[in-house]
Design a protein around this ligand. Structure first.
Ligand SMILES: C[S@@+](CC[C@H](N)C(=O)[O-])C[C@H]1O[C@@H](n2cnc3c(N)ncnc32)[C@H](O)[C@@H]1O
Length: 246
């Protein structure tokens, strides 16, 4: 996958893309990052990328020309036909695991990171394919959002996580939150690991995990349960949890 980032602050990406899984993903050829300062595409003498808003008001607005030309350049260099051109924006579609899974199937993503008051509306109307928000709050710029979305996508690419199955059991991938985890020691300062996990009985362990995963979702994110079809066993567990709550 090719991931291009258009930003005024390319250095911000060095730490995040140069560490851990996101770095390993480049080493094993799963992804190639290209972080570009779109100021380089400004066609005016001072390489200005922003200007005052028509109609007045506070804050500066990103001009269309540098961003249109930067995207055209990235598209002309690409080996893919139709990159997803993603505007990072608090007004966009809220990012989630489903969208990460959808983006992970693409060959080429271009992220546009805004700053200041926002973008000239013609960028939104005529250049992009998607607008993504990472939550209902306003950040200073789109860089942190682009990093968040990139991380959530890259870890899903084939060969990136050591254990191919591990992301399939992650919270949200299965529609529910993941079950609790424990590691050694079996007893820590009087706090014990549930007996079933030490039993070696994998059928019982799987069942415990499925139940605790459902319990956690029931307790913390009951809204997720509205979107999944519960089995008879899961319905029985929900009845148990409801009784326990009374
Ligand atoms: C200060 S914000 C502009 C907010 C804009 N005036 C508004 O009210 O919608 C500057 C830039 O940060 C980025 N940004 C801010 N909050 C974001 C969020 N929740 N998700 C994604 N990007 C965000 C966007 O790129 C945005 O253009």
């Amino acid at each position: 996958m090719q991931i291009d980032i258009l930003t005024l602050f390319p250095e911000m990406f060095e730490g995040v893309f140069g560490q851990s899984i996101l770095k390993k993903a480049t080493e094993n050829g799963a992804v190639n990052y290209h972080v570009v300062n779109f100021r380089e595409f400004a066609d005016n003498k001072h390489q200005t990328v922003d200007d005052y808003p028509y109609g007045g008001g506070a804050g500066m607005v990103l001009k269309p020309q540098p961003i249109f030309d930067a995207v055209a350049h990235l598209k002309s260099e690409a080996r893919t036909d139709r990159p997803r051109v993603i505007l990072m924006c608090p007004q966009g579609k809220r990012h989630d695991q489903k969208l990460a899974e959808e983006l992970a199937k693409e060959e080429h993503l271009i992220f546009i990171c805004g700053h200041y008051e926002g973008y000239d509306e013609r960028i939104r109307e005529h250049l992009i394919t998607d607008e993504i928000s990472i939550g209902d709050f306003v950040l200073t710029g789109g860089e942190l959002g682009a990093m968040v979305v990139t991380d959530s996508v890259v870890r899903l690419l084939p060969g990136v996580l050591g254990n191919e199955e591990s992301h399939m059991r992650d919270s949200f991938s299965t529609g529910v939150l993941e079950h609790p985890h424990y590691t050694r020691p079996a007893e820590f300062r009087g706090m014990k690991v549930p007996d079933v996990l030490l039993s070696g009985n994998h059928r019982l362990i799987d069942e415990w995990r499925a139940k605790e995963s459902l319990r956690r979702t029931f307790d913390r994110r009951p809204d997720l349960l509205e979107d999944i079809e519960l089995t008879v066993q899961q319905k029985g567990w929900i009845t148990e949890f409801e009784k326990e709550r009374k």
